[in-house]
Ligand binder design. Structure first.
Ligand code: DGJ
Length: 717
């Protein structure tokens, strides 16, 4: 709901208010974003001018006010959200309110992924700011959803003048946070590297700029496009938390600016390093969307809001409620070494074990024997698959499994028929020998012919109608970028391919991947309801990665597989049950040679799948809580999934390391009905919701390394 009251524009979400104020002199001020406020003739006290600072002739001290979309250089010398060049010189923007409109629903974005109404009530406020002297107009867009505390923001920058201009910074969002002091606020980021993605890092804010970003051509393994600001005292269960998250997969930058008076300005958008975007008169630039999320119920509250929002407004809706097939992926069992018989052998045993889909990973095309050749040559390797993709799909289907296949459409090996024929397809500075990553080059998706190539080979592959699942990989960062804003243009090309192919084949389930989780972002989730979380598949390593990822991304978006032991990345040996338990807090599957398992393990797989099927509705739709964090440094981790009606809760406890003479590990649940009675499944234990939440229960977690226990509580009459 959006209302206008005097100079105030008021957005009311489920539990939040976002309030803007149009200043008497025309500036667009931020008044508030946080816990819901009732509507009022709010009190505004102008900030007094400080003599050492800059102020416009209208004597408004903008640097001290809270603004919606600040520009650097005139009456505000803090970091701005937008920078424009005219004739090669910086413009000095003074942006003033020009008009606003309130639209029912949410207008679609052109060329970029964004959240969608998907049948839920929402309204969009568009406020136009203008600097007439320079002919720049900026349309700020805010969508508020009745069912959510997320506010979707973006900006559209228009050259309304007579001559060309050039954008050198065009952030999606800036928020001068009301009601918070920097010295009482922490910043949380999701940091990492390959096989260590999205580990939670938390640090106090300080005067100056705390920032994260990526310039590697993807949202990256290193720093995910997400930042949370929370009370210093906030925990998973309590305190205020405010998130900023970009619906974008390319280079990004988040800047948290703390001024001398402890005010916080949080901004994010496309990374402005090397960014230049020319705008001819009348042309516009659309920024990616930023999802702001506020919760007064701790970090878990923020996570829950993001999860619900992404399920309802980001993920392709076709896969929102449908249970996903339990798959077995060939990578960790066969790598590049397979033929039809090896595949079919796994498939036969997988069928016996109750697995529903087989994914043929890397190595099936061209003359690929290892990672040095053939990317780009998307026809079946004649030695490995003599009956072609359709042939193997038919044989797998005949054995009762669905068929999925791996592709890496954005890449080519220099040793490939594709690059022999089209040496101009990859990105290259052409002054030095091409720089390789995993022996491959990135195809230049800013070129029309490359976009068409990707569309047409995918189309050809999928048109056989026998492929139910695509794993879309991307295994290197971008380098040798010579054109400004190249990476953004690349993503416009990539999103075009993704939009085309996912719309044309709506029943195919797409799994995103980028050397594991190098492109785990809300932009990709608009096309791929599922992303391979990380190349490390060890259950204990996965605890931190999955908990970090769940800080803002829903569990069903995380591909998580049970793999063989000793684990291929870290050599650790963990119980089969723990591997399955951890994997079941995501979209569950296997990545091991089922044909080599004992009959006992195969029947255990049946049990694991049956258990996962019971938990799966909670993974897809339930509330996730961190009871004992994987980052707490303790000897065990505990997570909870609760159904929305609070009638069921599943608790996973995992011993991360045994410790001698350990105490008894009581675990306290959250979010149950205090006065209801709950039975612990498989035991005679009965608890009240209050007892489970305030006293806790003893999960009976063995003291040995890597043991785990999955407990389920069900409300009884
Ligand atoms: C990286 C992925 O993360 C792996 O799962 C696997 O698909 C390999 N690429 C294949 O090259």
């Amino acid at each position: 709901m959006i209302t206008e009251r005097g100079r105030y524009l008021i957005l009311q979400g489920k539990n939040v208010s976002y309030i803007l104020r149009i200043h008497e002199e025309g500036y667009l001020l931020h008044y508030y974003y946080g816990k819901k406020l009732r509507e009022n003739d709010y009190t505004y006290v102008p900030v007094e001018i400080r003599s050492f600072y800059t102020f416009a002739p209208d004597r408004v001290f903008l640097e001290g006010e809270k603004q919606e979309y600040p520009a650097f250089g005139y009456n505000d010398l803090k970091e701005g959200a937008v920078q424009v060049l005219e004739n090669g010189r910086d413009t000095i923007l003074s942006l003033k309110y020009k008009a606003h409109e309130i639209i029912d629903g949410k207008p679609a974005f052109e060329g970029l992924p964004s959240s969608k109404a998907n049948g839920e009530n929402c309204q969009t406020l568009v406020v136009t700011l203008s600097d007439e002297a320079y002919g720049i107009e900026i349309r700020l867009s805010y969508t508020v959803f009745d069912d959510s505390d997320v506010i979707a923001r973006s900006a559209r920058i228009i050259n309304a003048g007579n001559g060309p201009v050039c954008l050198t910074k065009a952030f999606s969002c800036s928020l001068d946070i009301a009601g918070k002091r920097a010295r009482e606020t922490d910043m949380i980021t999701l940091r990492g590297a390959w096989a260590k993605e999205r580990n939670i890092e938390r640090h106090p804010l300080f005067q100056g700029i705390s920032e994260i970003g990526s310039r590697t051509g993807e949202s990256s393994h290193y720093l995910n496009p997400f930042v949370a600001l929370c009370d210093r005292t906030a925990t998973n269960a309590s305190g205020e938390a405010l998130g900023l998250l970009l619906v974008y997969s390319g280079n990004h930058r988040f800047q948290i600016n703390v001024d001398a008076y402890d005010n916080i300005r949080a901004m994010c958008g496309i990374h402005d390093g090397g960014f230049r975007w020319d705008l001819a008169p009348g042309e516009a630039f659309q920024t990616p969307e930023c999802l702001l999320c506020f919760s007064a119920e701790g970090l878990d509250g923020m996570s829950r809001e993001y999860h619900d929002f992404m399920r309802a407004h980001i993920l392709p809706q076709r896969f929102r409620t449908a249970p996903r097939p339990v798959l077995v992926n060939s990578w960790e069992s066969l790598y590049f070494d397979f033929d039809e018989e090896k595949i079919l052998n796994i498939v036969r045993h997988a069928k016996e074990a109750g697995i529903e889909l087989f994914v043929l990973d890397d190595g099936w095309f061209g003359h690929r024997k290892n990672d040095s050749t053939s990317l780009g040559d998307w026809y079946a390797n004649p030695e490995k698959l003599p009956s072609g993709v359709e042939g193997i799909a038919d044989k797998i289907n005949a054995l009762g499994l669905k068929f999925g296949i791996w592709v890496e459409p954005e890449m080519a090996n220099p040793v490939s028929e594709l690059l022999e024929k089209h040496p101009d397809y990859p990105i290259a500075c052409r002054k030095h020998p091409p720089v390789l990553g995993r022996n491959q080059q990135v195809l230049d998706l800013t070129k029309r012919e490359v976009v068409e190539f990707a569309k047409s080979f995918l189309d050809k592959l999928l048109s056989c109608g026998k492929i139910s699942y695509i794993k879309w990989d991307m295994n290197r960062s971008m380098a040798e970028i010579t054109e400004p804003a190249f990476v953004h243009r690349y993503y416009l090309g990539l999103y075009e391919v993704l939009g085309y192919i996912t719309e044309k084949y709506p029943d195919v389930l797409f799994e995103g991947c980028s050397g594991g989780g190098g492109r785990f972002d809300a932009g990709m989730l608009c096309y791929h309801p599922l992303i391979w979380t990380s190349d490390v598949s060890d259950a204990i390593e996965r605890l931190k990665i999955q908990e970090g990822t769940a800080l803002c991304y829903p569990l069903s978006a995380m591909g998580s597989h049970v793999t063989a032991c000793p684990n291929h990345q870290v050599g650790r040996v963990t119980p089969f049950s723990t591997r399955a338990n951890v994997a079941s807090f995501g979209t569950f599957g296997y990545e091991l040679n089922v044909a080599e398992l004992s009959a006992e393990d195969k029947s255990e797989i049946k049990n694991q799948i049956a258990r996962y099927r019971e938990i799966e509705p909670l993974v897809r739709e339930g509330d996730f809580s961190v009871l004992v964090s994987a980052f707490s440094g303790g000897t065990f981790t505990a997570w909870q999934l609760t159904s929305k009606d609070k009638k069921r809760a599943v608790v996973l406890c995992v011993r991360t390391l045994a410790s001698a003479n350990a105490g008894r590990d009581f675990v306290r649940l959250r979010g149950l009905k205090e006065d209801s009675m709950y039975a612990r499944k498989g035991t005679k234990e009965i608890y009240s919701g209050g007892e489970l939440m305030y006293r806790g229960f003893l999960p009976g977690l063995p003291g040995t390394d890597f043991a785990s226990v999955l407990s389920e509580f069900i409300e009884i009459d």
